[in-house]
Design a protein around this ligand. Structure first.
Ligand code: AMP
Length: 381
């Protein structure tokens, strides 16, 4: 997929390439054409998914055909929970509006700074990015009027609700024209959010990126061994020595165990290091770096490393000990099977953990037959 297929003008496509946007992210593939067609959207997506550009680009394009705004009456309103996000979103509008022929005045306002310059800056505003409290202050002081808003974006709506902005949001909604396009973005879907969704849009296009994560899980081949505690070390060495996986990330439940497992591997001539919370940041960085550069065959880690860390082409994850929470099971195995590469996730299940393992599988609607480790010849490993 390329940006040129999404219906954006060429000048924008060129600007995207100039800024390193080589191809659209999944949310952009779905959201951009729909927003261009003026559809309502509910996007379940986190920061980092590319959601900002997914609404900024089509909003800028849709505004191109508009007549000049009436004074102090924005046509697009973006409501965000924090000052940082306001600044970030404002910067993306500024960046890409330069690539379009008609100038679009974008103004960013938030609390914690003097209101006067913001009041003065409202002349000719076409896109207004605001935190809820400051927006209402500006409305109350008649610096801005919301009756010409054609496009509303509620960005990180779950965070706004969590921060207690519900009343402010309701007040803002009550001031908007009934006829408008609504774009609601949230990292999570809660009953409160669903309530808000139901009020502002009956039938949106739903883009759920948590489904993307599920697709990635499909790329991971999951296996499990029923193995007594004392055979876990030999089984690990057996798998390492089988040379089936050039590199393995091993998870343990505690830092103590991580050190233990790494030491034992080293004693058996396997390059290994451990990462956990009790190690200094520099030791952690060094071990991760060595692993990423292929200098270590095995990295043993606690759940400290189970979220967010991106190790390119990691072929195998082993749960030497199971995680306590089913969520962490997915986070752990998600270290492999990234960027459309296949991966293997192996769980070592001791008999006393069998019930817990079954609970994890049930939670994720997974099914797996356990391989009995006694059928393997672990002698000498
Ligand atoms: P966001 O989720 O909107 O905060 O975007 C996260 C980061 O991804 C930002 O630094 C964007 O500049 C960048 N980004 C968004 N879309 C793309 C893309 N299609 N290609 C490359 N980088 C992107």
């Amino acid at each position: 997929m390329t940006f040129s297929k999404l219906g954006l003008p060429n000048t924008l496509n060129e600007a995207l390439a100039d800024h390193g946007y080589q191809k659209p992210y999944p949310i952009q593939v779905e959201a951009i054409p729909a927003i261009l067609k003026k559809k309502d959207i509910l996007g379940i997506a986190k920061t980092g998914s590319g959601k900002t550009a997914s609404f900024v680009l089509p909003i800028l394009v849709n505004l191109q055909g508009n007549s000049a705004p009436k004074n102090r009456q924005p046509q697009a309103l973006i409501v965000v929970p924090t000052r940082e996000l306001a600044v970030q979103v404002g910067a993306v509008f500024q960046l890409f509006s330069k690539a379009l022929p008609n100038y679009i005045k974008t103004v960013t306002v938030y609390g914690g700074v003097s209101i006067n310059p913001q009041m003065m800056g409202m002349n000719g505003v076409q896109v207004l990015i605001a935190t809820p409290g400051r927006l209402l202050d500006l409305v109350d002081s008649k610096a801005v009027q919301l009756s010409a808003v054609q496009m509303l974006v509620l960005d990180e709506a779950d965070k706004m609700l969590n921060l207690g902005f519900k009343e402010e949001m309701n007040r803002i909604l009550s001031m908007l024209p009934k006829q408008r396009q609504n774009l609601l973005f949230s990292a999570t879907l809660s009953p409160d959010l669903e309530g808000l969704r139901a009020i502002i849009m009956p039938d949106p296009l739903i883009i759920n990126l948590s489904a993307e994560e599920k697709v990635a899980i499909d790329l991971i081949e999951q296996t499990s061994y029923l193995v007594p505690e004392e055979s876990k070390g030999p089984l690990l060495r057996y798998l390492v020595n089988s040379n089936a996986y050039p590199q393995i990330l091993v998870f343990t439940a505690s830092g103590y165990k991580a050190d233990n497992v790494a030491n034992k591997l080293r004693k058996n001539g396997i390059t290994a290091s451990a990462i956990h919370g009790k190690k200094s940041q520099s030791a952690r960085n060094k071990a991760l770096q060595q692993f990423k550069e292929g200098e270590l065959t095995v990295l043993v880690a606690t759940d400290l490393l189970s979220r967010g860390i991106d190790i390119a082409f990691l072929p195998c994850v082993i749960n030497y000990e199971l995680p306590r929470s089913p969520k962490d099971y997915i986070h752990r195995i998600g270290r492999t099977g990234r960027a459309e590469n296949k991966g293997v996730a192996i769980s070592f299940v001791s008999p006393d953990q069998l019930k817990h393992f079954k609970m994890i599988l049930k939670k994720h609607k997974l099914w797996m037959e356990l391989i009995d480790s006694t059928i393997l010849d672990l002698q000498g490993h």
